[in-house]
Design a protein around this ligand. Sequence first.
Ligand SMILES: *[C@@H]1O[C@H](CO)[C@@H](O)[C@H](O)[C@H]1NC(C)=O
Ligand SMILES: *[C@@H]1O[C@H](CO)[C@@H](O)[C@H](O)[C@H]1NC(C)=O
Ligand SMILES: *[C@@H]1O[C@H](CO)[C@@H](O)[C@H](O)[C@H]1NC(C)=O
Ligand SMILES: *[C@@H]1O[C@H](CO)[C@@H](O)[C@H](O)[C@H]1NC(C)=O
Ligand SMILES: *[C@@H]1O[C@H](CO)[C@@H](O)[C@H](O)[C@H]1NC(C)=O
Ligand SMILES: *[C@@H]1O[C@H](CO)[C@@H](O)[C@H](O)[C@H]1NC(C)=O
Ligand SMILES: *[C@@H]1O[C@H](CO)[C@@H](O)[C@H](O)[C@H]1NC(C)=O
Ligand SMILES: *[C@@H]1O[C@H](CO)[C@@H](O)[C@H](O)[C@H]1NC(C)=O
Ligand SMILES: *[C@@H]1O[C@H](CO)[C@@H](O)[C@H](O)[C@H]1NC(C)=O
Ligand SMILES: *[C@@H]1O[C@H](CO)[C@@H](O)[C@H](O)[C@H]1NC(C)=O
Ligand SMILES: *[C@@H]1O[C@H](CO)[C@@H](O)[C@H](O)[C@H]1NC(C)=O
Ligand SMILES: *[C@@H]1O[C@H](CO)[C@@H](O)[C@H](O)[C@H]1NC(C)=O
Length: 775
Amino acid sequence: MRVIGYQRRRGAERSWNKRQRRHCSSQMSESRPFVRLLVGLVLTATGVHASCPIELSPPSVVVRYGDPVSVNCSTSEIQHGGMGWEATQGGRSLEYNVQHLTWTVENLTDWPISPSCFLNMPNEQCSRKPKVVLYTFPENISIGSSSGPDGVMREGHEYNITCLVHNVAPVQHLTVTWYKGDSPISRDTFDNGSKKPTDQPSVYSLTPTRRDNGATFRCEAQMDLGPEGPRLNVSSAEHSVTVHYGPELSCPSWYMALENTPNNLTCTVEGFPKPETTWYKDGEEVDLPKNPDRGDAGQYVVTASNNVSSVNVTVEFDVLYAPSPIVELEDSEVEVGSSVLLKCSSGGKPRPTYFWEYYQTANVAEENEDGVTRLLIHNATADNMGSYRCHASNHVGGVHKTARVTVKGAKRECPIEITPDRMVLRYRGPSQNAACRLTSAAAAGNVKEKTHGWDVRGFVTFNESWSADTREDWDARPVCTATFWGMGECNKSLDFTLYKTPDNILIRPVHDAVSQLVEGSVLQLRCDIISVAPAQNLVVRWYQGNDTLEHLIGGPLRVTGCLPENGTNCDIGEIRSPLNVSSTISIPLNRTHSGAEFSCVAQMDLGAEGPQPPPNVMSGPFNVTVHYKPAINSKKLPKRIPVFRGYPEELTCEADGQPPPKIQWLYSPDKLPRVSEDTLTVSEAGIYNCTATNEVDSVFYVVEVILKEDYLPLIAGFVAVTVVAISIVFLFIYSIYYKNTRMRRYSLKNPKPNNHTGNVAHNGWDMQFPMTKLS
Ligand SMILES: *[C@@H]1O[C@H](CO)[C@@H](O)[C@H](O)[C@H]1NC(C)=O
Ligand SMILES: *[C@@H]1O[C@H](CO)[C@@H](O)[C@H](O)[C@H]1NC(C)=O
Ligand SMILES: *[C@@H]1O[C@H](CO)[C@@H](O)[C@H](O)[C@H]1NC(C)=O
Ligand SMILES: *[C@@H]1O[C@H](CO)[C@@H](O)[C@H](O)[C@H]1NC(C)=O
Ligand SMILES: *[C@@H]1O[C@H](CO)[C@@H](O)[C@H](O)[C@H]1NC(C)=O
Ligand SMILES: *[C@@H]1O[C@H](CO)[C@@H](O)[C@H](O)[C@H]1NC(C)=O
Ligand SMILES: *[C@@H]1O[C@H](CO)[C@@H](O)[C@H](O)[C@H]1NC(C)=O
Ligand SMILES: *[C@@H]1O[C@H](CO)[C@@H](O)[C@H](O)[C@H]1NC(C)=O
Ligand SMILES: *[C@@H]1O[C@H](CO)[C@@H](O)[C@H](O)[C@H]1NC(C)=O
Ligand SMILES: *[C@@H]1O[C@H](CO)[C@@H](O)[C@H](O)[C@H]1NC(C)=O
Ligand SMILES: *[C@@H]1O[C@H](CO)[C@@H](O)[C@H](O)[C@H]1NC(C)=O
Ligand SMILES: *[C@@H]1O[C@H](CO)[C@@H](O)[C@H](O)[C@H]1NC(C)=O
């Protein structure tokens, strides 16, 4: 509070007090310098500093303009020279004999009011002033800005927002607080010393940014009148701010879209009011194509404008597309030794990169130039035959085209080498490795990765080397295979044989019940070869003794017990695992086979790479005995035999046969020949029946014996004399030439067959010439 320079009292008391006035202020604070100086002078002049015996109740009051007010001034001094109130409103004149005096105003309206209670003391006059605060406060405050009637501000410009607090006092108690939204942003106080009401403005200076667009501002006026008074406050209406700002345009400076694909090229535009965006290409207004094609590529200018400003941005718009189909690459056919040029080109954005897929050889050169790629084949050979595929690709896509190059009259070989090219291994014998390599001419890069290896029964391993399991790889049929660029897959087979010599070889007749073999019948023998592989390399030969039966053709080898009707594979040419096989032979029997030993030999013929000499196994012998029917030797036994009386004749019945036949003579019971073994000595005429019998058959031979009368001796004597005479002549001549020669016996007998087998029954019947029997 302030003590303001004293005011002249009205009327008498004013002048009475004039000299002796003193300020007794209970609360002295911010005295103005000149007042302090004055008080100091007064106090120094009087030299009195005693306290004034006055009490004010209340010592301070806060009063609203027009409201009543009352302050009780009392004193403990009974002997005083009177007390009174000096005030511009409600002053009281001097009263005596009172201990208290009240200052009362029904309607306090005097803004500079400063009442003072004074007491006249014997020596002096003292006084006290109550603190009186008279205030007024508006019910509302107005708010406005310097932005113009539409309230639009432009970014970056300075504007004043002003709150006007009408008719407010005392203004030094006023505080104006500015709010943006709900947050206090600024506070204003006022040091105007006037006690009178004023219209107090508070200015908030704003340089708006785009973020302030739409923000609300308001101010609140508060008045704090201390503990005795009320706390007053009032708020203005909310003032919202519109901020206009020029566009801000952000676009990628370079955009790559895919052809015929929705593009996502977006520019972000900021600005208020909302700016208009326009696209220009080559100075013409265009729409940005949603699904651009390659013709839409180029430089675009994007303009964003509102009525604040306008901005331009340049966008390089690229349209990417996949390589176009390759057209130039064509099949070609060339002569050996000539040259070929293969050309491949494609258009695309970005420019495609090329890559050729073919079987590479030293005479093919590849060159890339100006977005075109070429392959030049010099001096074409068979190795250049195949397909040439050109790939053109960029990151959008790729195309390829294949051309075939044919070299006339050349034959393409699979560039694979197998060492050894033939392999023959023994069952359970040591194994061997077969290597499958690319030929030296084939570049390693020509074979596709993971394609070079062995395929054994469909099981593929990408190893260069393969080794057989000699216990079971009967059917291995290993194939070395590889897939080459530009050529495809090719392979070579290893000629592989796992062999097994037979466990056993047996010979036996086809029909088990061969009780007896008869001449003229056919003997079927069978040779069983047990567990041999591969059966197709087996050769079976038949022997009789040491001689091959080459003139007899053995039957084909058959798989033992094979039943093709059950779906079993019986083809010896196909089965490579151990088999039991058999061969049969048919031998037309004759008696010369009797006692023969037949056998069969199985030989494995595995070629030059197989074991040498080729392994042989031989069956045991099969002994044969051939039965045949008896044959009576008719040469020794004429059909008719003359017998001279007195000269008995011997009849010998001789027969050949197997088993050896039995000889039996049959004759009429009245005949009494002398029988000794097979020889019959007959002296009587008659029919004699020789029967030769064995298990095969029985044959007979009938001899007729004729009896001659005895007149023959005369004739015989004559003949004898003649013979003797001739004999003497002969003997004479004989004796002349061969002195030592004896006379030989003349026999009519035929010579014996010298090759008979000892089975001929005979009695050594040497028929003597009858003449020698002369006695
Ligand atoms: C003023 O004060 C005195 C003494 O304190 C008291 O007796 C008197 O009643 C008061 N007067 C009023 C109007 O309150
Ligand atoms: C107080 O005084 C003012 C001016 O003197 C007058 O306008 C007002 O009506 C008065 N009020 C009362 C309650 O007497
Ligand atoms: C804002 O008010 C200050 C004084 O309070 C004045 O100097 C300034 O020019 C005013 N600004 C505008 C934009 O009216
Ligand atoms: C002003 O008065 C209102 C109620 O009338 C109150 O909610 C607000 O808090 C007051 N403000 C201050 C600063 O006292
Ligand atoms: C483009 O936008 C579409 C949807 O608006 C979205 O599916 C596609 O993935 C976007 N493409 C790119 C390249 O961002
Ligand atoms: C800008 O345009 C808005 C409407 O879009 C209008 O209200 C405002 O007055 C204009 N301002 C100027 C400076 O032209
Ligand atoms: C923006 O581009 C348009 C069209 O090309 C042109 O007319 C205008 O002058 C340019 N404005 C600016 C600021 O570059
Ligand atoms: C062509 O190739 C063959 C062998 O492939 C060779 O003998 C001959 O010299 C080559 N000719 C030329 C012109 O290179
Ligand atoms: C068969 O050959 C063996 C040996 O080669 C020989 O000892 C034997 O005498 C021969 N047998 C015949 C009947 O030739
Ligand atoms: C071959 O014959 C032998 C003996 O007769 C027999 O043990 C074996 O099982 C036969 N093998 C085949 C494949 O028939
Ligand atoms: C076959 O005959 C030979 C002699 O000729 C004899 O050693 C062998 O035991 C005979 N075999 C059979 C099965 O009779
Ligand atoms: C010879 O004897 C056989 C029986 O041994 C008989 O069948 C046959 O008829 C006899 N021949 C003559 C001519 O009697």
